[in-house]
Design a protein around this ligand. Structure first.
Ligand code: C5P
Length: 232
């Protein structure tokens, strides 16, 4: 699996996004488009960024009944993104339907990644609000295994979970890990962070990096540093 750095373009508008991307000279990073930007600008933002030569992770985290997710994924398959995702909490049947919907008539499809348990959910919330018994890390593994069984390519997880996910779901099962910070950088609101180099050592396949690159005085230099440390 090709290791890569994905830049989280957490911007509110196309204008801000292009102002940011214009700061790159020759590099064309893999970018993540999330709900805020997609809902503000619609599918056109995906086409425009794609036209500039970027790979795209469309982070919309679908979660609905299987038939609805299947049809939505078919629409997304036509956008020619490279990676997209859903919530594993929708169950195996929903995830299987998503794979079917995302597969293009020629048999190709973007990588499909599952969100297991959101990192904003604590052990207490999982037990008391969601009514899920057991330990949170076990739920993460259970959801990752469900994703693998449904034919998905991998999961979004913390870099700390990447190793155990690979142990349970196989080395080829992709781990996409946010929560990355430079050793000498600001941690911000992230609780558990790793440097790009640590994420590489622990076996992450893709790291998702936002503010260490988007808020850097020289985003291209910060991106290149990330690539050097993570990809080598
Ligand atoms: O700016 P920062 O590097 O913290 O951005 C990380 C990106 O990864 C954001 O787009 C954030 O929403 C996303 N993410 C995360 N933690 C998760 C899942 C996604 O930080 N558990």
């Amino acid at each position: 699996m090709g290791k890569d750095v994905i830049v989280a373009c957490d911007f509110a508008s196309a204008k801000q996004t292009f102002e940011f991307l214009d700061k790159f000279g020759t590099a064309r990073p893999f970018v993540k488009i999330g709900m805020e930007l997609y809902y503000a600008e619609g599918p056109d933002i995906v086409r425009k960024i794609k036209e500039r030569g970027h790979k795209i992770f469309l982070d919309l985290k679908l979660h609905d009944i299987p038939n609805t997710v299947k049809k939505a994924m078919t629409v997304l398959s036509r956008l020619d993104v490279d990676m997209t995702n859903l919530h594993a909490g929708g169950g195996v049947e929903m995830m299987k339907a998503a794979v079917e919907g995302l597969t293009r008539p020629d048999g190709t499809r973007p990588l499909l990644i599952a969100v297991t348990m959101l990192t904003s959910i604590s052990q207490e919330v999982m037990a008391n609000e969601l009514g899920i018994a057991g330990q949170l890390p076990d739920t993460v593994i259970r959801y990752a295994k469900n994703a693998a069984a449904a034919g998905l390519d991998g999961v979004v997880c913390s870099p700390l979970e990447a190793k155990v996910v690979h142990e349970h779901c196989g080395a080829g099962f992709v781990t996409v890990t946010p929560g990355v910070r430079f050793a000498d950088g600001d941690v911000g609101d992230q609780k558990r962070v790793m440097t790009p180099e640590q994420a590489k050592l622990i076996g992450s396949d893709y790291i998702v990096v936002g503010r260490p690159i988007t808020a850097a005085p020289d985003p291209e230099a910060a991106y290149m540093r990330c690539v050097r440390e993570f990809v080598g």
